[in-house]
Structure formats: C-alpha cells, structure tokens
Design a protein around this ligand. Structure first.
Ligand code: ADP
Ligand code: MG
Length: 227
C-alpha cells in the first residue's frame, strides 16, 4: 500500500480573542489516503474540512502533529519550499472555479504554466492536452462567461492537471452545479483518477458522490470518522 497522504495527530488551533485556548478546528486528525484513490470528505459546515485541505496543500500551518503529502514532510518545509512544491505537485480546485474572466480557457491554463516558468512550446502543448483530457478541446478560445458552470469547472480541473499534479485537492467543486452536471463531473473525476493514476480528495456535502468514490470519510468536530 502506498500512501499519498498521511497525517498523525494533526491539530490546527486558530488564535482567538474570545477564547484564550483558541479555536481547535482540527483535533488530532489521523488520515491515510492511498495512491490512485478517489476519496470524499464530508462533514457539516464548520467541521474543519477547508482547514484540513489547506493544511494538506501547505497553505496553512498545523499547530502540531505530522503531515506527509507525496513523500514530503510539510511541517519541515519553509513557506518558499511549500509554494514551489504546491505549484509543481498539487492541483487545487475550488467551488467558485477561480478562472480569470478576461482570459480564454486556453489562456487560463497557459498562464499557470507561464508562472511556473515553462517554455512556450511546452506550455502550448500541455494546455491543449489538458483541455482535451477534460473534453473541452473545441472550447479553448471561449471565455468563462461563454461556458456553462460544468464546463468552467472542467477548465479549472484542466488547469489543476496542467502541472502534472499527482494529487488533486478539491473544496466543494460541485457546490454551484445542478445535479445533472454534478453527475457528469463526478463520473469524469472517477475516470480521471483511474486513467491517469491521480489521487483525488474532494470535500463535498453532496449525497450524489457516494456512488462515484472509493472511500467516504467524515469530519466531525475536527476528527475524522471512518478512515
Ligand atoms: P468547513 O470547511 O468544514 O466548513 P472550516 O475548516 O472552514 O470548516 O472551519 C472549521 C472551524 O475553524 C470553524 O469553527 C471556523 O469558524 C474556524 N475557522 C476557520 N478558519 C478560521 C480562521 N482563519 N480564524 C479563526 N477561526 C477559523
Ligand atoms: Mg469549507
């Protein structure tokens, strides 16, 4: 068994003016996610889902415990190292898509690769490849507002894939989509995981996800149930 994510007794306590002891968003998370699996993380609002995803992406620093992602010990890395690591190895997808409205689908992806420092030809090839993977090759010149919600989310996923991410962390990516589009996107995620040997951890409230994922985890008051 090879693990993409492993946390041990992971705590994240936010400082608070009103509570001297702080707000414990994560209270000792022990999580293991195997390579090549599609896993969903459920839990009511405020249960710590976003905090956990941020800690796994190196966007937030846990208060204590250990977190290993893709073989890296994130607690031992500097902010600069985490930024470079995230850019090279992690794909992030959010509910609000996060596309730049004035850029076409192609340009949204190409920009990320430009920031990463890839040469023009490599950027062009990879951007087109990723749009093909998500089935939007013909839509490359369209801007976000000319596309449906499901299509925009696919562009965001193509962008997440563009850096050859081995791990995709998605925070409620279907939150703004109707149920038909949600089904299509979940089917697509499942295929993506299986065909490209990617691991995907997706936060979702949606009951629809259960039939598409390999594992369902639940966060309750900062602790994972069911892993
Ligand atoms: P979820 O994504 O499951 O809704 P969050 O991870 O956003 O949950 O929040 C978990 C808990 O941590 C909540 O009680 C929330 O109010 C608190 N929290 C989240 N972010 C911050 C922050 N930046 N500062 C203080 N408290 C926070
Ligand atoms: Mg959240």
């Amino acid at each position: 068994m090879s693990l993409v994510i492993e946390t041990k007794d992971l705590w994240r306590v936010y400082p608070s003016k009103n509570h001297a002891e702080g707000i414990p968003a994560l209270r000792g998370i022990n999580l293991q996610v195997e390579t090549g699996t599609f896993v969903t993380l459920k839990g009511r609002s405020g249960s710590g889902k976003t905090t956990l995803l941020n800690c796994l992406a190196g966007l937030d620093k846990p208060t204590s415990g250990t977190v290993h992602v893709l073989g890296h010990d994130l607690m031992q890395m500097s902010d600069d190292e985490l930024t470079a690591w995230r850019r090279d190895q992690i794909g992030l997808v959010f509910q609000s898509f996060g596309l730049l409205p004035t850029l076409s689908a192609y340009e949204n992806i190409e920009l990320l690769l430009r920031i990463k420092g890839d040469e023009y030809e490599a950027r062009d090839k990879r951007a087109l490849e990723c749009l093909e993977i998500v089935g939007l090759g013909k839509w490359k010149d369209h801007r976000p507002y000319e596309m449906s919600g499901g299509q925009q989310q696919r562009v965001a996923i193509a962008r997440a894939l563009a850096n050859e991410a081995k791990l995709i962390l998605a925070d409620e990516p279907t939150g703004e989509l109707d149920s038909k589009t949600t089904h299509e996107l979940l089917k697509f995620f499942r295929e993506l995981v299986e065909e490209h040997k990617i691991t995907m951890l997706m936060v979702s409230h949606d009951a629809l996800v259960d039939e598409y994922v390999h594992e369902v985890l639940e966060l309750r008051d900062g602790v994972v149930i069911g892993n």
